[in-house]
Ligand binder design. Structure first.
Ligand code: ADP
Length: 184
C-alpha cells in the first residue's frame, strides 16, 4: 500500500521526521511530497527542501521524494497512492485537517486520509515556530535535523557573521534572515 505525505516542509522538523518514520513502518512505500505553492514566500526553495528531506531520511528504505502542485488527491492518484498521511498536534489542526479530509473524500472516495498523532515531545513543533526562533537569533538545534539547523543559520546569519551559529551563550548579534512567511 502506497501512502503520500504532503506538506510544505519549510523546513522539515523533527516532528515531520517522526511522522515519516512511523508512516514507513505502516505502509509499503511512503512518498514525501513537497507542495509547490506560488502564493507562499518560503525560506527554502523546493529543491533545498527536497535535499534536506533526502539527507534526513537516508536511513529509510521505503521512502520516495517528490514535489507537486494542484490537488493532493489528483497527485495521490497519479502516484497510485491510496492513503494521504497527515499529522495532528492540537485541536486547531484537527478542525482544519478534518475539513480537508472530508473535502478530499468528495473528490475521490478511493483515497483515505490517515492521521498520525504527534509524539508528545513534538506537539508544539512546526516549521513556523522554527523560523520564528531562528529569525530572532535563537538556537533551533533541538528542533530540526543537524544539517537543517546549519542551512537555517547559513540563510539567516552567514552574510553578516559567517562564523556565528547562535547558541544560548552566543546569541546572533545581527541577523540577515529573509523576511519569510512564518506560517507553516
Ligand atoms: P502544511 O503547510 O500542509 O501544514 P507542513 O509541512 O507544515 O505542511 O505539515 C505537513 C503535515 O505534517 C501536516 O499534516 C502537519 O499537521 C504535520 N505536522 C507538522 N508538524 C508536526 C509535528 N510536530 N507532529 C506531527 N505532525 C506534524
Amino acid at each position: 500500500m502506497i501512502a503520500i505525505y504532503p506538506g510544505s516542509f519549510d523546513p522539515i522538523t523533527l516532528g515531520h521526521l517522526d511522522v515519516i518514520q512511523r508512516g514507513c513502518k505502516l505502509f509499503e512505500r511512503v512518498v514525501v511530497a513537497v507542495l509547490r505553492n506560488p502564493n507562499k514566500m518560503p525560506m527554502f526553495t523546493v529543491q533545498e527542501r527536497l535535499d534536506q528531506i533526502r539527507i534526513s531520511t537516508q536511513h529509510l528504505p521505503n521512502i520516495e521524494l517528490d514535489s507537486f502542485d494542484g490537488l493532493t488527491v489528483n497527485y495521490a492518484q497519479i502516484r497510485q497512492a491510496v492513503v494521504i498521511i497527515r499529522g495532528l498536534r492540537v485541536l486547531s489542526d484537527f478542525e482544519k485537517e478534518l475539513q480537508m479530509a472530508h473535502t478530499n473524500k468528495t473528490l475521490s472516495d478511493k483515497i483515505e486520509t490517515v492521521f498520525l498523532a504527534t509524539s508528545t515531545e513534538y506537539g508544539f513543533l512546526s516549521s513556523s515556530v522554527v523560523k520564528e526562533i531562528a529569525r530572532f537569533g535563537g538556537s533551533v538545534d533541538h528542533l530540526v535535523p543537524k544539517h537543517v539547523a546549519k542551512d537555517i543559520y547559513n540563510k539567516c546569519y552567514a552574510k553578516t557573521h559567517p562564523e556565528s551559529a547562535p547558541t544560548s551563550t552566543n546569541p546572533a548579534l545581527k541577523m540577515n534572515c529573509p523576511n519569510v512567511e512564518l506560517e507553516a
